[in-house]
Structure formats: C-alpha cells, structure tokens
Write a protein that binds this ligand. Structure first.
Ligand code: SAH
Length: 236
C-alpha cells in the first residue's frame, strides 16, 4: 500500500477530477481501500480488487460526479452496494447529508462501519427503492438522488424520481450504453416529471462513462413507482 498516494494523485491528475489529486485526500481513500479490501474477503462488495483499478474505476468515477451535486443537498444514493458513490462523495463533500439505500442489509453494514471508521456522516436504510418511494417519509424528500450501476434507466427513473423534490436532481451514473438508455427513457422521464439537464461523458482508461443529470420539474404522479413486477414487465 506504500505507493497508494502517488498512484491516487497520478490517476486523479490524469483523468480528473484534478481538484482531489492531493495527499490528504489520498490518505482518506487509502483508509477506505483497506476497509474495502478487508470486507471484500468476507462478502462480495466489488469484483475489482487491484488498487489501481479501484482508484480508476470506483474512486475517480464517483468523484467525477461530485460537482454535479448541489451544495448542502440532502442526497439519497439508491442501490449503494458497497458504498458507491456514497463513500467517495461523503469523503470529499462533507456538506452533503447522505442516506445510502440498498436492498441487501449486509452491504449496508459495511457502508455504515466504513463511514463511522472514516468519521463520515452517512445514514443507511435497508429496503427496496420501489417500496420506499411510496413512503411519505422518503417520497419527494431529497434534493438529489444518485444511482450507479443499478438498473436500466427507464426502470431506474421510476425507482428514483419519486424521491426527488420538485426542483431537485436525479443523477444516473452510466456506462457506454448511457445514451441509448436515455433515448429509450424519454417517455418515462416525461411521465415521472423529469427533464434532462446535462449529459457528461468521461473516459476512464478503456471505459466510457456517461453521467446523466435529470432535473425534476413536475411532481411524480401518485401511481409511480408501480410494483416491481409491473415495472420490469412493462417499463415506462
Ligand atoms: N452502486 C454500487 C452497487 C451497484 S450493484 C456500485 O456502483 O458499486 C447494484 C446494487 O443495487 C446492489 O447492491 C443491489 O442490492 C441494489 N439494488 C438492486 N435493486 C434494488 C432495489 N429495487 N432497491 C434497492 N436496492 C436495489
């Protein structure tokens, strides 16, 4: 782990975002990497185990969306898994009030333990997005919702947009299929009250990453989210 700091600084300096390419930030990500490696031996949190790859494919990728989240936002990360983008965002954006949601409770145990160990303010909630989206304690309560590698955009939008308050944003972090998914999600976005505000493309090594920022303009009708079987059977 001795060369973590120079590797982190090199990758962030080359691929962005450059403002995080410094030794104090690297030290915090090195601590996260140790926690992740340890937990990953007991459960499957990430298929990526090489340090360089973790920095490039997880950390740089998550940090590239940091500037898209409004200052001081109440943020919900849907399907956070092992804590992406929750943990990288919590490290560099202490202004955010982050809730991490996943259907798998044991992944959340890791996210909570890691957040506490790193002194980060993160709340975890176990549950299914399409069920919590009908719960008034969650519906329209967030300024920003993120989701990375969770589901196809049409499905994801029905899970995520109900959580966003009118005027807030939904950020879908996608791979190279991002534009195609966006093209087929036009109807879903219209029905759910979202308008595309920005599509950002980044290259991380061989990988093309597409961040899609959707602004919620209108209230989501009460019929959404539907039951999951229906969402999957007939996506909007
Ligand atoms: N965002 C993480 C994890 C992606 S894997 C990352 O980028 O690494 C997808 C995660 O979404 C899994 O942990 C799975 O448990 C969760 N998930 C899938 N469907 C869900 C649903 N309907 N509600 C909540 N979480 C869900």
């Amino acid at each position: 782990m001795n060369d973590f700091t120079p590797t982190f600084i090199e990758i962030l300096g080359a691929c962005g975002p450059k403002q995080f390419a410094d030794a104090p930030t690297a030290a915090r990500f090195e601590a996260l990497t140790a926690l992740l490696a340890d937990a990953n031996r007991k459960m499957n949190l990430t298929a990526i185990t090489d340090e360089r790859e973790i920095i490039l494919k997880h950390y740089a990728d998550c940090l590239l969306c940091a500037d898209l989240i409004p200052q001081g936002a109440r943020l919900l990360d849907v399907g956070c898994g092992g804590g992406f983008p929750t943990l990288p965002l919590a490290i560099v954006r202490p202004d955010l009030e982050i809730t991490a949601l996943d259907a798998t409770a044991k992944k959340l145990t890791f996210v909570k333990t890691a957040a506490d160990a790193l002194g980060l303010r993160v709340r975890t909630v176990a549950g299914r997005a399409e069920e919590l989206g009908r719960d008034q304690a969650f519906r329209a309560r967030f300024d920003a919702v993120t989701a990375r590698a969770v589901a196809e955009l049409r499905v994801l939008a029905e899970w995520c947009l109900p959580f966003v308050r009118v005027g807030g944003v939904f950020l879908a972090m996608k791979g190279s299929a991002g534009e195609e998914e966006l093209a087929s999600a036009q109807n879903a976005l219209r029905l759910l009250g979202g308008d595309v505000e920005k599509v950002e493309e980044h290259t991380l090594g061989e990988a093309r990453r597409i961040n899609i920022l959707i602004r919620k303009r209108r209230e989501t009708p009460g019929v959404y989210p539907r039951r999951n079987a229906q969402i999957k059977k007939s996506p909007l």
